[in-house]
Ligand binder design. Structure first.
Ligand SMILES: [Fe+2]
Length: 366
């Protein structure tokens, strides 16, 4: 019996030792990725939990996150200065001050009505993604959409539109364009995470909305904290603090690099209450989404349709040219090609595709 007890007693520490060794081995094997983690510091990589260098408390206490932030913003200022002549002075000043620009009556009224009719009333093959109680649907803009509404296609090629997009994106890369429907309060789920004020990423980047439907006060309008795109000393201190704490105490999306901020923290950063974009259809809002923004809540079901634009590239590139992305035949198919690529990555098990097929729907349908 004694031997039996001795044998059992020896097995438990041996098993624990085995587990520990296995964990150590897995950890060591994981470090083969270290060179890639280090290289990612010079890209737009932002997740504090997927890259132990970006998420390192010690390195962020020493200023790693703030260095990436300052460098990316300095390079953005440099690139924007080179693109400034493409934007009318009043729009440039509005953007530099607030971090967003609002342009009303973008298309002549009759042209806008034709675009609105063509897009809202046509069944289009779309993708959908649910966040909380809100379902977002997207249709990538490609040659087919350009044929459906030539006026919209022509607008995207006008010098003033391209100049404004380039200035905010700080690069000549054409944004990706989608027809986007946001159907709010239509699904069962936890609160929509887009309702929390956040910065999309640590470096300046572009998002734009050309609203195809009116956005009412209780229609879940976009909100943006004016001036929050600038790196004030208070903002830098907040970023430094957050980068140190986020891995242990942040929410999931902050940990992945879209830092959330509570409304009651804005005052200490010298920032105002968010501006709400309750605007009529045919209004363009273009913003630097490194500034704090969110979707406002509502107690009712809402639907909003817009042409949505997105441009985010490596913030550490000093040049503004788009390279291969400027080739017209490639540029106009980018959003569709990206979808094909993401589907392939999903099938290969390399990356999850969150945008599921939602069939043919009219963008205006709930
Ligand atoms: Fe966002």
């Amino acid at each position: 019996m004694a031997t039996h007890f001795t044998s059992l007693g020896a097995q438990a520490p041996a098993a624990a030792l085995g587990k520990r060794s296995l964990a150590t081995l897995v950890r060591l094997l994981g470090w083969w990725r270290a060179p890639f983690w280090a290289l990612a510091l010079f890209t737009g990589a932002k997740s504090f939990v997927d890259n132990p260098i970006i998420g390192s408390r010690r390195l962020n206490r020493a200023g790693l996150h703030v260095w990436r932030l300052r460098t990316a913003h300095a390079l953005t200022r440099y690139r924007r200065a080179r693109l400034s002549s493409r934007v009318p002075k009043h729009l440039r000043e509005q953007f530099d001050r607030d971090g967003f620009v609002v342009v009303r009556d973008v298309l002549p009224a009759d042209a806008f009505r034709r675009v609105q009719r063509a897009i809202l009333g046509t069944e289009l093959e779309c993708r959908a993604h649910q966040q909380g109680d809100t379902i977002t649907r997207r249709v990538p803009m490609g040659p087919g959409m350009a044929m459906l509404c030539p006026e919209l296609d022509r607008l995207l090629r006008t010098p003033w539109w391209r100049g404004l997009m380039a200035y905010v994106a700080s690069a000549c890369t054409a944004p990706l364009y989608y027809i986007q429907t946001i159907a709010g309060g239509v699904a069962e789920g936890p609160p929509d995470p887009q309702l929390q004020l956040h910065s999309d990423t640590f470096h300046p980047s572009l998002k734009a909305w050309l609203f195809l439907t009116d956005v009412e006060e209780d229609g879940r309008p976009l909100t943006y904290v004016a001036g929050s795109h600038r790196l004030s000393p208070e903002r830098i201190a907040w970023e430094q603090r957050t980068s140190i704490e986020v891995v242990e105490s942040g929410d999931r999306l902050s940990q992945r690099g879209s830092l959330r901020i509570r409304p009651d923290e804005l005052g200490a950063l010298g920032l105002p209450e968010p501006t709400r974009f309750c605007v009529p259809a045919n209004t363009l809002v273009i913003a630097d989404t490194s500034g704090f923004h969110a979707r406002a809540g509502s107690h009712r079901q809402t639907i909003r349709v817009e042409l949505w634009a997105y441009c985010r590239r490596n913030p550490f590139l000093p040049w503004t040219s788009a390279g291969i992305f400027s080739l017209q035949r490639f540029a106009e198919r980018r959003a569709e090609l990206l979808l094909v690529l993401l589907d392939w990555l999903d099938r290969s098990g390399l990356r999850k595709q969150h945008w599921t097929r939602a069939g043919r729907r009219r963008p205006i349908d709930l």
